[in-house]
Design a protein around this ligand. Structure first.
Ligand code: BGC
Length: 785
């Protein structure tokens, strides 16, 4: 009964969505849009099973039920572990045909060894899928994903995935658990570091670029790999920013803001998708047939493989969904194919089959999808296709990879402040390089650099030294611990010594730093977070600089020397004091293996920073969530510091973020002309073009990200005050101008309405173009039916 009820609710919900996806209709604002109900015959056919290739069908026909269930099992013999459970006895299980895939092992030799066991010692000789979290580069670690998103450079982002795939496949891997496309608007949530920030339009573009980069045009190429978009769905909306916590939102929000990057990845042909740990509509994602069967398979036509997150099936017991047999059954019935780590499928599905709780056809189907992925990847033709020691020698950490890592890092930095053009620095200055991250090799790569060798990363001190080319004077002092709190340090140091508490007292360190600062002309303070202060299970309530570091900055400030803050962070931080007291702030995120060199490039002006924020930086954590595409309240506040009684504002602080979405400075400046429109009226049969001319008004060549925002002024539902709808990154020499044009079509103006219909609505629109979401030229146009 319970199962039936679920299917019924799911069908209703999804039929609305089907209608939405397939409808091109426009809805008049005066008209009540029709409610989509379950009338489509296709919708009722919940069990339309996939057709597989003759090879896969033949294999499925040979397999026992135990062997089919075995394929649904994904294990990790250890290495990269993100949960309490580690798989046991993996070798025996491979021989017995109880393993479909493994992850967490590295190196072609080890990987081939595992594959050899599968193809030589298991009855049907089925090769195994071998995956890993290749998140931002593989051995050559690139900037963290949040940093890469700040480049707004889709070609560069695609290349980052392409190059990561080259290294990873040379190393024997064929499946990456990336990209993470969860929209994230809560800087307390540590995994904000792993995604593309707060915006669904940009997030979708990045999702497409990453999938294309990893998978290329040919799955069977030994240099491309299967991507896995994650975590479906809503994982970034964890309550209170606490990882794994409940995420709950209206479906309108979900469809308009949280699902688009997943849809974009599916449309780009992503081969696999990972579940989320959280509930969606109170049902854990890993048992949610609305998500997996209805939205993903039926509406979006996804025919790849669905894998759970780490022990997510077992965790449903704690969600209160039943015992292991029950939750495993629910998961399979919801459309999940592969069970990561927890072995719920392996140990209970046969029993559930015997008891009539699951259908053999569903097990066959899940198994077929896993086999299809193996076939796609070419594993049946050559199980050792991936992993090439010669290529690994040539390509891993190659000069090409390193050069790309350096370029990507430089492009990802965001210049938040540059008073009196203190940056770029001249090389012959006396520089005091101060701070706990200036000489910390262990912290350069950031979260999820599981295959990176920290010993190979370039530190800031090395990067600055080499950029100075023996001119000027460079003196260094640590000045402070990242944190003085040993209990906090222990938590952060779960994967290694990132926070090292010095033997000297904080005061002794500060005294040394101040002495050096007094001898210098400029202070470069390298501060912020340790690498694992962001990332999985790294939620924070305080998102400002740790007190130890603030104390150091206050002491440095008293020297009266100009201070450049080089900030390491995997999340937006609260920087109110710093924004007032520092002369310059360069946000360098975690720049990866070449981060130190890229910092040298930017500090001394070889590279002009052009990154723009993809998440808003709050003034205070109490403002969270704060993002550019909010709805207006009925009592909106116009922004700014002034408090207005009975308006939507705080008694104690302003509503505005400290740094807005899309913001970022350059060593040059840009001027924007007014917007010209090719026409003021848009109809279903025409498009209009909005253009601005951007001029480099400064003295250096530089990159600018021209951003298009639109507000639908009146709608059948309340519409965001602005939504990103286009962007273009341009490079201009001093004095050069370029006209940037955006096409506006009804399609671009579509959204999901209350009935989850994907519609555009006629009416007035405000169009905004500028170099930041908070600084735009504006114009209006009309959309007519
Ligand atoms: C994370 C996933 C990751 C998996 C395997 C989980 O804890 O949530 O994003 O892919 O571990 O490492």
């Amino acid at each position: 009964m319970k199962g039936l009820k679920n299917i019924f609710i799911g069908t209703l919900f999804i039929s609305a969505f089907l209608f939405a996806c397939n409808s091109n209709q426009q809805v008049l604002k005066t008209q009540t849009p029709s409610v989509a109900v379950d009338t489509t015959p296709e919708m009722k056919d919940m069990k339309a099973y996939d057709k597989f290739s003759p090879k896969v069908e033949a294999l499925l026909n040979k397999m026992t039920i135990e062997e089919k269930i075995g394929q649904l099992n994904l294990l990790s013999p250890g290495g990269a572990v993100t949960g309490a459970v580690v798989s046991e006895d993996v070798e025996r299980k491979i021989k017995e045909g109880k393993v479909g895939g493994i992850f967490g092992i590295k190196g072609a030799a080890r990987i081939h060894q595992a594959q050899k066991i599968a193809v030589e010692q298991s009855r049907l000789k089925i090769p195994i899928l071998i995956g890993l979290d290749v998140i931002h580069g593989h051995r050559t670690v690139f900037p963290i994903p949040l940093a890469l998103s700040c480049t707004w450079d889709m070609e560069l982002i695609e290349n980052s995935a392409r190059l990561a795939a080259r290294e990873a496949t040379a190393d024997g891997l064929m499946w990456t658990f990336s990209p993470m496309v969860d929209i994230a608007r809560d800087p307390r949530w540590g995994r904000i570091a792993e995604g593309a920030g707060e915006d669904p339009f940009l997030g979708s573009a990045i999702a497409r670029a990453m999938v294309k980069g990893y998978q290329g045009d040919d799955f069977k190429s030994p240099t491309t790999m299967l991507a896995c978009v994650k975590h479906f769905a809503n994982y970034g909306a964890a309550e209170g920013g606490r990882d794994y916590a409940t995420a709950d939102m209206s479906r309108v929000k979900m469809f308009n803001e949280y699902l688009p990057p997943f849809k974009a990845a599916v449309d780009a042909g992503v081969g696999s998708i990972m579940t989320a740990f959280n509930v969606v509509d109170y049902v854990p994602a890993s048992a949610n047939s609305d998500l997996y069967t209805d939205i993903l398979r039926k509406r979006w036509g996804f025919d790849g493989l669905v894998v759970t997150d780490y022990t997510a099936v077992n965790e449903m017991i704690k969600h209160g969904m039943g015992d292991l047999q029950e939750v495993s059954k629910r998961s399979l019935n919801a459309g999940i194919d592969m069970d990561m780590i927890g072995e719920g499928f392996l140990t209970t599905l046969k029993k559930s089959l015997d008891e009539g709780m699951v259908a053999e056809a569903d097990i066959r189907q899940a198994c077929g999808r896993i086999l299809r992925a193996k076939e796609l990847l070419g594993l049946f033709d050559d199980p050792y296709l991936y992993g090439d020691t010669l290529r690994a020698k040539k390509e891993i950490l190659s000069a090409e990879q390193q050069a790309f890592a350096r370029k990507a890092a430089g492009e990802s930095f965001v210049l938040l402040k540059n008073e009196n053009n203190v940056l770029p620095l001249s090389k012959n200055k006396k520089i005091a390089l101060i701070g706990p991250l200036a000489d910390s090799r262990r912290n350069m790569m950031g979260t999820w650099s599981v295959s990176g060798d920290h010993a190979k990363s370039v530190t800031v001190i090395e990067g600055v030294k080499s950029a100075m080319e023996n001119s000027g004077l460079l003196q260094y002092a640590k000045g402070a611990n990242i944190s003085d709190d040993p209990a906090f340090a222990k938590r952060v140091n779960a994967f290694g010594q990132e926070i090292v508490i010095d033997e000297r007292t904080p005061d002794q360190m500060i005294t040394e730093a101040v002495n050096i600062a007094n001898q210098s002309e400029v202070i470069v303070a390298v501060m912020g977070e340790a690498a694992d202060m962001s990332g999985e299970s790294s939620s924070l309530a305080h998102i400002g600089l740790q007190p130890s570091q603030r104390k150091l900055l206050e002491a440095l400030k008293k020297t009266g020397k100009p201070i450049v803050l080089v900030l390491y962070n995997g999340r937006p931080m609260t920087l109110g004091w710093e924004s007032e007291n520092m002369d310059a702030i360069l946000d360098v995120w975690f720049g990866g293996i070449q981060g130190g060199n890229a910092i040298g490039d930017v500090l001394f002006g070889t590279v002009n920073p052009g990154g723009k924020l993809t998440t808003s930086f709050p003034v205070h954590v109490g403002q969270v969530p704060v993002y550019h595409s909010m709805l207006s309240s009925g009592r909106p506040h116009a922004g700014g510091e002034k408090y207005n009684k009975f308006q939507s504002n705080y008694l104690d602080i302003s509503n505005d973020p400290l740094y807005h979405f899309g913001y970022g400075l350059s060593y040059t400046s840009f001027g924007y002309s007014g917007i010209t429109l090719s026409g003021n009226t848009l109809t279903p049969d025409n498009e209009i073009t909005a253009s601005v001319t951007v001029t480099n008004t400064g003295k250096r060549s530089g990159a600018e990200v021209v951003q298009l925002y639109i507000r639908d002024l009146v709608g059948s539902i309340s519409r965001p005050v602005k939504e990103l709808k286009g962007f273009e990154k341009i490079i201009l020499s001093p004095g050069e101008s370029k006209t940037v044009s955006f096409k506006i079509t009804p399609e671009l103006l579509k959204f999901y309405n209350s009935q989850l219909e994907h519609v555009w609505e006629p009416g007035e629109f405000k169009l905004m173009i500028g170099g930041s979401s908070s600084d735009t030229k504006n114009i209006e146009f009309t959309l007519k039916k």
